[in-house]
Design a binder for this molecule. Structure first.
Ligand code: TMP
Length: 209
């Protein structure tokens, strides 16, 4: 079982991903213990974390959108090959903070790269591994910005309001195109209420019975 969390910076997905991980572990405690692997994309492996540092570094302001796409794809390939695929093969539940839909939303819609190229890059990076369930945590841009205001913006976070409105549009389109997989939830609501909504969806998945 492969679960991913998506949304713009400041939507609260990392908090929700962690809460879900803890809930699943507790859920299985009384029966057969279940391995739950938490990863972040880009990241988790030494190679992917190094690529993450390059792609988010604000001093790389000359980076082209195509280079950006390929760096995210390279970081993901390493993450899939060394963490995600092996974990899924041993029967673990994998929760990823971001995955392919980030590339479609940020590089496809945000940077306006050709969507067929995005699909090809995603396919190369994942070799076909797809999330079973994706939570898109939707929040208005202004509210996300208030939540992020304390920290210094990285290269992507500095891309501007029009960019992030296109990213939100991209995610909304993905939720419309793949309603079975991509669940669009209201992330402006209370953290615990949102967690309960997510848990309700997870409980309905066959693997949790
Ligand atoms: P994070 O801070 O949520 O971990 O994500 C890192 C940043 O990278 C975030 O601004 C979203 C961006 N990103 C992309 O632009 N494309 C991608 O494919 C991924 C995975 C992340």
């Amino acid at each position: 079982m492969f679960i991913t969390f998506e949304g713009i910076d400041g939507c609260g997905k990392s908090t929700q991903a962690r809460m879900l991980q803890e809930r699943i572990v507790t859920h299985f405690q009384s029966s057969v213990p279940q391995e739950v692997l938490f990863v972040r994309d880009p990241g988790n492996t030494a190679v992917s974390e190094a690529i993450r540092a390059i792609v988010l570094d604000k001093s790389h302001n000359s980076m082209t959108s195509r280079t950006e796409l390929l760096l995210y794809a390279a970081a993901r390939a390493q993450l899939v090959d060394t963490c995600i695929r092996p974990a899924l093969e041993r029967g673990a539940i994998v929760i990823s903070d971001r995955f392919i839909d980030s590339t479609t939303a940020y590089q496809g819609f945000g940077r306006a790269l050709n969507l067929a190229d995005i699909q090809a890059a995603n396919m190369l990076a994942t070799s076909g591994i797809m999330p079973d369930c994706t939570f898109f945590l939707h929040i208005p841009l202004q509210e996300a910005k208030t939540r992020c205001s304390e920290k210094t913006a990285d290269r992507i976070e500095s891309a501007g309001d029009a960019f992030f409105e296109r990213v939100i549009q991209g995610y909304t389109q993905l939720a419309r195109d793949f309603p079975e997989r991509v669940k669009m939830l209201n992330a402006a609501q209370n953290v615990d209420a949102l967690h309960e909504e997510i848990w309700g969806i997870i409980e309905n998945l066959r693997i949790m019975r």
